[in-house]
Design a protein around this ligand. Sequence first.
Ligand SMILES: [Zn+2]
Length: 428
Amino acid sequence: MQTAQQHAQALLQYIDASPSPWHAVHTSEKMLNNKGFIELLEGDAWSLKQSGRYYVKRDDSSIIAFTTGTNDLAQEGFRLIGAHTDSPGLRVKPKPDQQQNGINRLGVEVYGGPILATFTDRDLSLAGRIHIEQNGSFISKLVRFKKPFLRLPNLAIHMNSKVNTDGLKLNKQTELPLLLSVDHKQTSLADLLATELSIDATAIIAWELHAYDTQAGALYGLNDEFYANSQLDNLASCHAGLSALLSDQSLNSQQFNVCAFFDHEEIGSNSHKGADGSFLPDVLERISSSLNLSAESYKRTLSNSFMISADMAHAYQPNFPNAYEPDHKVFVNQGPVIKVNANIRYASNSASQARFIQLCDQSNVPYQQYSHRTDIGCGSTIGPMTSAQLGIQTVDVGCPMWAMHSIRESAGVIDHDYMTRVFTQFFS
Ligand SMILES: [Zn+2]
């Protein structure tokens, strides 16, 4: 049995190996392959067997992994854990090379809602995927520069004297390009990619590249009770779900356990591989038809299914007491958070909360309940849209964390272990 700190270290390694959504899926895929999961292609015909282990990817940054048990599927339903693979940040534009006064910069676009100020003065690099032409067809390649060659330097306080009172404001068009080099001959990104991948620059057709922080994850706190890294929202939930799916309890169970991790949550999920798209309905329906269930049995299956939508929650930060609903503060290292919102920004209802609380009790894990301040807008998750699309009873939960959407987020070591234990109970 792993200790909570070992489990948190495993999470940090998972995140360090996953600097972009494409890498997160690739890292997950390696863990699945190690446990004998078989890849299914959406373009192939499927013939699934009972007691099987499978996964499907859509466009390499969303993935659904599942086990087929021996239970009566229509009667027992699927047990699902949903999360997302993407994090907000900076994405490289299609024509990014900029040169002015002998300084080369890279043009970027804002993806989702990052805390932009936290991207300044960090040792940044690039990761993602590119498409290249090879023998008349196009292939996709993962790319990750290890070297921290990019930076967004702050303006000195002498030129921005109100920064500590007014906050750091960055113009998204003019003040975000990343500094690359000082060199009178222009360094093009295509050339850098070509060198990195040992290919010809003319073969590069297009890219999707994400600026990532090269600093590795770390435990901190007097007793190493906290951990910090980029992308905790929401790779921590992916890792907890995957750890549960790959546990002996889950692999030996007779249930149909499903982990569904989607790209594009941070920009609204409305894409062909997002949680509001057809990926999950398509896969569940194909599992059902491949096992010869009738159309009616498939609808029975959905009705008997349950989904845990896992995304991070806002832990109380004592320096900012007024940001929180005073009666619903949730604390780091005090257990998974059940998120509730009357306007269904979170999918939880009393029935789904009761089921999750029962799972916590069964696994000897404490839980907390969160409600956002009524006078400020509440975020959302993939929970409400997947449950609306499929009609599946859903609860929204997450580990409490600080600084959501900072490039360096942090959370509690024990909470990750708690959450994994509850998920494992669900899949057992
Ligand atoms: Zn999230």
